[in-house]
Write a protein that binds this ligand. Structure first.
Ligand code: BG6
Length: 504
């Protein structure tokens, strides 16, 4: 889908927050410079901070100077700045919405945006129900018709557990149709995450192997070197499970494991993805403690990095996990018996988001049997999602010499070598898709709830049996030893966290 989006106004609630600063401002600016924004377009920021239009423009300029790969030139900025507007007020105040309405109409008139609206909720999630209700009361939502369009973009987290997710979905569904709601899971906007589908369905060689007959297990990792920074208050409420496993890891897992969709239509893809979530074997009772691992980082070995419990706005005795690893099974024809090991953690040794497809060991050794067991490694296809972006495949080759010695080598594809410049930012893709009305890369209600349903028993058991060994990994390490034990118990090992160019 590449058509230019229709003219519209993007109304951002919480416009001076962290997300607009780090993600939205650079994405919008890049889109503007590339000529990918609609002809009639404006941003209307709304927030509690009392700012003039010019002060809001200065805020956005600072954001772009800091977070754009190339800071804006004065000429580019001069053409972008007039698209930015701001209205201040409290979200409980109905007059704010009347003022917003007036500004929107004025922009429609001036920029020919035809009444098309994208409402972006970039506030704390507890404000979502209030904002949606205020938009409704101010008659700013067009639920009945498709033209002009009114769409809602909602940032994760969608609830903090199954019940709250259902409640939030119900509140939003009171005023918006499901096809008007764009729930952002920004992982889906990443080029390399989308490339998972291209790899699987634009190549004939992988699909015949993509099943329990040939795949031994799958590992999905989202490892970060960062700590929780200034987000302590939020993180204390969520932890690794709700922050990354429930959404990002399960989305990646669905893409890796889904059946081929009938088309690239949003619902064709989303229908196949939810089948995977529905087929996840539920973790319950004592299973939870056997097949999951949690961790919390302590200080780094050299004492330079503080422990989680000393981060700002974190309880000094917090039992919130900053690391989670789970062994999960997908109970369907394709994946029966194939474990998917998924893990995420903050303050690990290396930042790496990747999927490892480990193929089965060769069935019979032509070579020395001892060598087969101890030396011939199974093939591993690795999808490197970030920060290194590419694909690698390792395989055995004969080492030069008179004997039959098997060596291991790797084929690598790197996005950097193949394509000029950095791939587009996830938010560029997501914003333009929402403007075009293409929802494949957004989370549908049923998948959000299904993912919560899957993690709910883990949340429950972890809450009932607080970990007694926190902190159990040092900041800057590979994570808790118990995560290695989870794999070792099955005779397997995690892909080591290391820079992609270091030797395997
Ligand atoms: C967010 C989580 O959704 O994703 C963060 O709330 C996490 O805790 C982030 O750091 C990771 O995304 P990215 O794109 O920086 O890898």
């Amino acid at each position: 889908m590449t058509e230019t989006p229709e003219p519209c106004v993007l109304l951002v609630f919480g416009a001076t927050g962290d997300l607009p600063r780090r993600k939205l401002a650079p994405a919008l600016f890049h889109l503007h410079v590339q000529g990918l924004l609609p002809k009639g377009f404006a941003v209307l920021g709304a927030g509690r901070k009392r700012l003039s239009h010019d002060q809001f423009r200065a805020f956005m300029r600072e954001a772009c100077d800091t977070f754009c790969a190339c800071p804006p030139s004065d000429a580019d900025w001069a053409s972008f700045a007039p698209l930015l507007h701001y209205e201040s007020g409290h979200f409980t105040d109905q007059t704010l919405f009347q003022r917003l309405n007036m500004s929107l109409r004025e922009i429609d008139h001036r920029l020919h945006t035809h009444g098309n609206r994208l409402f972006y909720l970039a506030t704390v999630p507890s404000s979502y129900p209030l904002l949606v209700r205020q938009l409704y009361d101010a008659e700013m939502i067009n639920k009945a018709a498709h033209h002009p369009f009114t769409r809602l973009i909602v940032e994760k987290p969608f609830g903090h557990d199954l019940d709250s997710a259902i409640a939030l979905n119900n509140q939003i569904a009171d005023v918006f149709r499901e096809d008007q709601i764009y729930r952002i899971n920004h992982y889906l906007g990443k080029e390399t995450v989308q490339n998972t589908l291209a790899l699987r369905f634009a190549n004939a060689i992988f699909e015949p192997l993509w099943n329990r007959m040939h795949i031994d297990h799958v590992q999905i990792t989202a490892a970060e070197t960062m700590g929780i920074g200034e987000r302590g208050a939020y993180y204390e409420e969520s932890g690794a499970l709700a922050d990354v496993v429930q959404n990002h890891l399960l989305e990646v897992l669905s893409l890796v494991a889904m059946e081929p969709p009938l088309s690239f239509d949003a619902d064709a893809i989303r229908d196949k993805k939810i089948e995977v979530l529905r087929a996840l074997r539920s973790l319950a009772g004592s299973d939870v403690l056997q097949t999951t691992v949690r961790g919390q980082y302590g200080a780094s070995a050299d004492g330079h990095l503080p422990p989680y419990r000393k981060e700002p706005m974190v309880d000094g005795e917090s039992t919130v996990p900053t690391y989670a690893a789970l062994k999960v099974f997908i109970d369907n024809w394709r994946w029966q018996g194939v474990p998917f090991y998924i893990r995420t953690g903050k303050r690990l040794a290396q930042a790496a988001t990747e999927v490892v497809i480990q193929f089965r060991q060769i069935p019979f050794g032509l070579f020395d049997q001892e060598q087969v067991r101890s030396h011939i490694e199974p093939n591993r296809l690795v999808l490197h999602l970030q920060p290194y972006e590419g694909i690698s495949l390792n395989f055995g080759v004969k080492a030069p010499g008179s004997g039959v010695q098997i060596d291991h080598t790797q084929m690598r594809f790197s996005y950097d070598d193949r394509h000029d410049g950095a791939p587009p930012l996830a938010y560029e893709r997501l914003l333009t898709d929402a403007m075009r009305g293409y929802a494949a890369l957004f989370a549908r209600r049923d998948s959000v709830e299904e993912a919560w349903r899957f993690v709910a028993p883990v949340q429950k058991i972890w809450a009932q049996t607080p970990a007694g060994d926190f902190p159990n990994y040092a900041a800057g390490s590979d994570g808790p030893e118990t995560a290695d034990d989870l794999m070792a118990a099955d005779g397997r090992a995690w892909q080591r966290l290391r820079p992609p160019d270091s030797s395997s």
